[in-house]
Design a protein around this ligand. Structure first.
Ligand SMILES: Nc1nc2c(ncn2[C@@H]2O[C@H](COP(=O)(O)OP(=O)(O)OP(=O)(O)O)[C@@H](O)[C@H]2O)c(=O)[nH]1
Ligand SMILES: [Mg+2]
Length: 416
């Protein structure tokens, strides 16, 4: 459950002539010394695989290759190995330099095209020379996406990320399960659905329906109850459920009624994982601790539902955050596609579960927050945090727990 299977990773290949800076680029993207770099052409000899969690994309695997303009016997072997990589990537990066696009790059592009692999053309070393507009247009004309980057200064790396996000095949974003990976076939999940005045008349809401459907797809069982019936339902099962999922509104009662050994989470945390990036939003939730009086908070909702009564986004979350900080805060509310271009004024973004949106859009928003240095959390995580059940509600997700620890270590360095 901890590591993403390789088959679910988006494989991204780095191709290009020798010495164009493929390995340097990989190291710059991963911020690690993954691949050896040198001024000598032919430094990389065998493909180098680097699996990583690349925000905002998710689990990826980079494959650095040997420059394929190699000559001689050894060169041919390298070329064969590099060619084999062409067959196993979902996305290709052709690394080149300003003024260097030629037949060789053209042939690589054709190879990738033939395999229906989208291509990002990286004009590296742009600190030395930036690509000309006509070169970029030429690349675009061939159906690839150009970006100018410097692996040395880091300039353009954000554009590169945005480019990868844009080119990633849509089905890559659909591969995340909503819940079924947490409930083995034949096992039971109890779903707690309070029927209060905010519940729409005569139906269930989308995250609840999606959860039931995913459990059915996974050949597991769903027992749907109101919070009052939860204890009774637990008593009637002859063995504990694999998971209890609750509406965030009933978190405290549910946390009290569910024995500690039974994993428990909320619909909106499942949605955060399914529709965005749970680890990043978990990190963002800790941004609540850094809020101070006068800060402005963006509350964003994907759907255009009409707020009723004690609406979560309009009333409950602002009230609780204000109590937590103990000083006045400013709130800006947006709905639908109105996500501000400039995130500078905000100290925190609290997003809805995005149940009516698409994952790619949510991951883009998460990415933009990250670029702007603004923490982003969501409704369910904020509520779980405010009720003191944050860690418990994240216990089914080891990656999220690890993210809490990493973030705490980052923001509160241990005194020496
Ligand atoms: N100025 C500048 N130099 C760069 C940049 N990227 C890479 N270099 C330099 O270019 C040289 C080659 O870099 P590598 O990353 O080893 O190139 P490569 O494409 O992996 O080369 P092979 O493995 O031999 O195919 C090194 O001296 C790097 O320091 C850049 O963005 N700007
Ligand atoms: Mg190399």
């Amino acid at each position: 459950m901890q590591a993403t299977p390789k088959s679910l990773r988006l494989h991204i290949g780095l191709f290009g002539r020798r010495n164009v800076g493929k390995s340097s680029l990989l190291n710059a993207i991963t911020r690690q010394q993954v691949s050896i770099v040198s001024a000598q052409a032919g430094t990389t000899t065998d493909p180098v695989d680097k699996p990583m969690e690349l925000l905002p994309l998710g689990p990826v695997q980079f494959v650095d290759t040997a420059g394929v303009d190699d000559e001689g016997a050894l060169g041919e072997l390298r070329i064969a190995r590099t060619r084999a990589v062409l067959d196993r990537v979902d996305l290709g990066m052709i690394v080149t330099g300003a003024g260097a696009w030629g037949d060789f790059e053209q042939a690589l592009l054709a190879e990738l095209d033939r395999r229906k692999v989208p291509v990002l053309v990286v004009f590296n070393k742009s600190d030395l020379q930036a690509p000309l507009p006509e070169e970029c247009r030429q690349v675009e004309g061939m159906g690839a996406l150009p970006v100018a980057v410097s692996s040395v200064t880091g300039q353009g790396l954000a554009d590169l990320m945005a480019g990868l996000l844009k080119l990633a095949p849509a089905n890559f974003f659909d591969s995340q399960r909503l819940v079924a990976d947490l409930v083995p076939p034949g096992e039971v999940a109890i779903l707690v659905v309070p029927i209060d005045k905010e519940a729409p008349k005569g139906r269930l809401i989308l995250p609840q329906v999606m959860t039931i459907r995913d459990l059915l797809d996974g050949e597991s069982m769903a027992l749907v109850v109101q919070e009052r019936e939860l204890k009774h339902a637990l008593d009637r099962l002859n063995r504990p459920p694999a998971l209890v999922v609750t509406d965030s509104q009933a978190f405290l009662k549910v946390a009290g009624d569910v024995p500690k050994g039974i994993p428990m989470t909320s619909f909106s945390i499942l949605m955060a994982r399914f529709q965005g990036n749970l680890a990043e939003q978990v990190r963002g939730t800790l941004g609540i601790e850094r809020l101070k009086g006068g800060d402005t908070i963006l509350v964003a909702e994907t759907c255009g539902h009409h707020p009723v009564g004690e609406d979560i986004g309009r009333v409950k979350i602002p009230r609780w955050l204000t109590q937590f900080v103990g000083a006045k805060l400013q709130f800006t509310h947006v709905q639908g596609r109105d996500f501000p271009q400039d995130l500078g004024p905000f100290s925190l973004v609290v997003h809805c579960g995005n149940c009516t949106g698409i994952r790619k859009e949510m991951t883009s928003r998460i990415h933009r927050c990250r670029e702007a240095g603004v923490p982003i959390t969501n409704y369910g995580l904020t509520i779980a945090y405010s009720l003191g059940v944050f860690e418990r509600a994240l216990a089914p997700f080891p990656d999220a727990l690890a993210a809490i620890e990493q973030e705490r270590a980052r923001i509160e360095p241990k005194p020496r």
